[in-house]
Write a protein that binds this ligand. Structure first.
Ligand code: PLP
Length: 417
């Protein structure tokens, strides 16, 4: 029944690094075709995708926008790759201008990369260059990516342990997410004490994604922003997951001031693209490129990603998908609470917009549920620091009928745990 997939997984196990893919998944899932919020595996089985490729595909798989961009690229011989930091493409310029015009006006200048982790790298380097300080404050449960330079900012010990001797952990102070502001103030003051390395920035996910869709206490983000202003410490919002409509608004930076904003995932419409935007006076601390950048990458600001990114952003605005995420996300949250609350193992159901989480009582139970859901044709992702939850981050245009199907599958499978 799963002939193609079993063969493909064997091939993968033979050729790929053991860490790179979840090859132990039973039943296996090898993506082959996809349309909207539906995915077909290599054996032709259909799934409803409640993950949208880790929150990337806000318009769903193979959207009409994507088709148009790909066709135009071929028909008009538009560039697929240019020369990033030396000779830019029209698409990179237009994407930056469009994105900049959509963000709060205080975030005036940006730089592009490919992955979320690379956008965080940009933010961390920008904060160091602008402040001439080295210290960072991050929060327990945070996930900012796994690149070596930024690994100290990501919370989970098991991601860091094999590389510990290389990590600049001594420059990072991790505090509890949502902790009293007085504790954060004391940590800033300690890093800023005479003879110390100084506090360059505080970095925060406005809602923690991988840690289990954790929402800070009401007013905490605003308090953090005020505190950073008071101490002239830069505030970095990691909105790689929460940004671009997912949480019912374009960004949290619309409501609460930050100094540096990182975007990724949804930005490229399915192609790799990320951005770091900042206040002008902060971003302008980088030296002027006189023919050679001091921070770049061969594929940074990739033209095809920027072209699809621009069309995706235009569609998010035109179709008012942030508003749809807010309204339909509220409905989804209510449906989940009505359907699942009180069932065995369910501890909490929470979220904002179309970033929803269900927390279960037992560590690892989210991972087990993910396997059972997959067997019943629903793709959802385990999350939480201990694999105790499930995250739902579907396309922002998820059809109502597909949600109804998912809801009954969630209830039915929960009883199999
Ligand atoms: C909040 C947040 N920051 C950073 C990252 C890292 O992004 P990437 O995996 O594209 O490097 C992620 C990925 O899930 C994320 O959720």
């Amino acid at each position: 029944m799963e002939q193609n997939q079993v063969h493909l997984m064997d091939l993968l196990r033979r050729w790929e690094c053991r860490d790179a893919s979840y090859t132990q998944a039973v039943p296996p899932l090898v993506f082959e075709r996809a349309l909207g919020s539906k995915v077909w595996d290599a054996d032709g089985r259909v799934y409803i995708d409640m993950c949208a490729g880790f929150g990337v595909l806000s318009l769903g798989h193979n959207s009409a926008v994507q088709t148009k961009v790909f066709q135009a690229t071929t028909e008009a011989c538009l560039v697929v790759h240019a020369m990033g930091d030396v000779y830019p493409s029209r698409d990179k310029i237009e994407l930056l201008a469009l994105l900049g015009s959509m963000l709060p006006s205080y975030l005036e200048k940006g730089s592009l990369a490919l992955s979320g982790g690379q956008a965080i790298e940009l933010a961390v380097k920008t904060a160091q260059i602008a402040s001439r300080k080295r210290g960072f404050i991050s929060f327990e449960g945070s996930y900012h990516g796994l690149d070596l330079g930024i690994l100290p900012l990501t919370s989970r010990k098991d991601f860091k342990e094999p590389f510990q001797p290389w990590l600049a952990d001594h420059y990072v102070r991790e505090l509890a997410f949502g902790c009293p502001l007085a504790i954060i103030e004391a940590a800033i003051e300690k890093q800023n004490a005479p003879g110390s390395y100084g506090c360059a920035a505080v970095i925060v996910e406005p809602i923690q994604g991988r840690a289990g869709i954790r929402i800070p206490p009401e007013g905490w983000l605003q308090g953090l922003s005020d505190l950073c202003k008071k101490h002239k410490v830069l505030l970095i919002f990691d909105e790689i997951f929460t940004g671009l409509g997912r949480c019912g608004q374009l960004t949290f930076a619309e409501h609460v001031d930050c100094d540096i904003l990182c975007l990724g995932k949804a930005l490229g419409g399915g192609l790799p693209l990320s951005a770091c935007f900042a206040r002008k006076e902060v971003m302008d601390c980088w030296p002027l490129n006189q023919g050679e950048a001091i921070h770049t990458g061969t594929f940074f600001g990739h033209p095809l990603s920027c072209r699809l990114g621009k069309a995706t952003l235009q569609t998010i605005m035109k179709d008012e998908l942030a508003a749809r995420a807010k309204i339909f996300g509220n409905q989804m949250l209510e449906d989940l609470r009505q359907t699942l609350e009180g069932l065995p193992f369910v501890v909490d159901i929470r979220g904002q917009g179309m970033m929803l989480g269900i927390e279960l009582r037992v560590d690892g139970m989210g991972a087990r549920w993910m396997d059972i859901l997959r067997a019943h044709g629903v793709i959802a992702l385990a999350n939480g620091m201990y694999g105790q939850g499930i995250a739902l981050t579907p396309a922002l245009n998820l059809p109502v009928a597909e949600w109804a199907e998912v809801l009954s599958t969630l209830k039915m499978t929960l009883q199999q745990l």
